[in-house]
Design a protein around this ligand. Structure first.
Ligand SMILES: NC(=O)c1ccc[n+]([C@@H]2O[C@H](COP(=O)([O-])OP(=O)(O)OC[C@H]3O[C@@H](n4cnc5c(N)ncnc54)[C@H](O)[C@@H]3O)[C@@H](O)[C@H]2O)c1
Ligand SMILES: [Zn+2]
Ligand SMILES: [Zn+2]
Length: 362
């Protein structure tokens, strides 16, 4: 099969022929239909996050149709439509058992290093990124990295719910503690930030202030539910936000870029007792500093890992929101392409031209 391979940072992914093994026991072979291009892949390509030693098949926001299953698979069968998620879970560790399978760190869904690799090239192993590897014509995954979805949902839109939408909607509805009527600010209006805006709208936020440095991003944010927009290229975003809120600040601020300076601004935007939720992933080794005086009384700062998901429940729920017209996925797809267009999708993402690029397979 064809796949987009990462060998080292600062080089484009190369489209290569890769051998995929047969599904063993609880594994599922999926014919990829679509994959979103998330900024987390770009962090590795740009060298902001350190990569593991072996070459990797990148991509982690994929959907498709089950082709074959291992002998012990019970949750899906050939022909089922599925969405993959990097929050593969074991179901038995303290995090899983306490209702936080998104924090499972057992690597239960990986094949052991001693086993035949899932992906290889002339006998050399390739790592499927995040145990998914969706920039490829086929994905071989543990069944606990997959959820079956309604076959009537278009697979290109469903793919986005595997990471960006799950993360953003979940950050608002599941991590943050947002209550109906509270006020929200979202720093960064890419695929994840737009999903936080939509999650905040669904959760009943009274005011949703979008912050970005690109005007077109703010237009899309407004159409998806932001009530106010701040263009941070036109002056200090925190001062503008305080002016909009009559000096009070917001109950919830979300950072969805991964820049220490914006994490600090999110904290500085809070009202008394507010909560900052960091969703963006800053470059490896980043240090986040705030003057103590910038933190208002009883404010909280927390991170969100993949929208605090229990994805087997949350992905179908968020797709229900889509079917009901409450979650707009159609306008989240702003560019389309084929596997060969993956490096162009990264360029467009860096240039701030897209909400999300979706790559589709024949
Ligand atoms: N916590 C998680 O589980 C999780 C999951 C998925 C993605 N992420 C992270 O979320 C972040 C966003 O991902 P994405 O796919 O939405 O990326 P994206 O590139 O689509 O969006 C980033 C947005 O930030 C804006 N931006 C960039 N620099 C800015 C600045 N200085 N001031 C204001 N706005 C600025 C861009 O214009 C763009 O709209 C990434 O760091 C990604 O790795 C985290
Ligand atoms: Zn992602
Ligand atoms: Zn676990």
């Amino acid at each position: 099969m064809k796949a987009a391979v990462f060998r080292r940072a600062h080089e484009p992914l190369s489209i290569e022929t890769v051998t995929v093994d047969k599904p063993q026991e609880r594994e599922v072979l999926v014919r990829t239909a679509a994959t979103g291009v998330c900024h987390s892949d770009l962090h590795y390509v740009d060298g902001d996050l350190p990569a593991r030693s072996h070459p990797m098949v990148m991509g982690h926001e994929g959907s498709g149709v089950v082709e074959a299953v291992g002998s012990a698979v019970t949750t899906v069968k050939p022909g089922d439509h599925v969405v993959a998620c990097l929050s593969g879970f074991c179901g038995a560790c303290p995090q899983c058992l306490s209702g936080h399978p998104n924090l499972c760190a057992t690597r239960f869904v990986s094949r052991p290093n001693s086993a035949t690799p899932r992906l290889s090239q002339n006998g050399e192993p390739l790592i499927p990124f995040a145990d998914v590897g969706s920039y490829a014509e086929q994905m071989l995954l543990h069944e606990n990295s997959l959820v079956k979805i309604d076959p009537e949902i278009p697979l290109d839109r469903a793919a986005l719910v595997g990471c960006g939408v799950l993360t953003g909607v979940g950050a608002a509805l599941r991590t943050s503690g947002l209550q109906a009527g509270q006020t929200v600010a979202v720093f960064g209006c890419g695929g994840v930030g737009l999903s936080i805006i939509q999650g905040s709208r669904i959760g009943g936020a009274s005011r949703i202030i979008a912050v970005d440095h690109i005007a077109a991003k703010l237009e899309r944010a407004h159409s998806l539910g932001a009530t106010d927009c701040i263009n941070s290229s036109e002056g200090n975003a925190v001062e503008q936000l305080r002016a909009i809120t009559g000096g009070r600040g917001v109950d919830h601020a979300f950072e969805a870029v991964g820049l220490p300076v914006l994490i600090r601004q999110a904290v500085e935007s809070l009202a008394i007792g507010g909560t900052a939720t960091i969703v963006g992933v800053p470059p490896d080794g980043s240090i986040i500093e705030f003057p103590f005086s910038a933190i208002r009384p009883e404010c909280k700062v927390q991170t969100s890992r993949m929208g605090s998901n229990r994805f087997r429940m949350d992905i179908p729920t968020y797709l229900d929101f889509y079917r009901q017209g409450r979650l707009n996925l159609d306008d989240m797809v702003s560019k389309r392409g084929k596997l060969e267009d993956v490096n162009e999708a990264f360029r467009a993402m860096k240039a701030g031209e897209v909400a999300r690029t979706v790559l589709t397979f024949d």
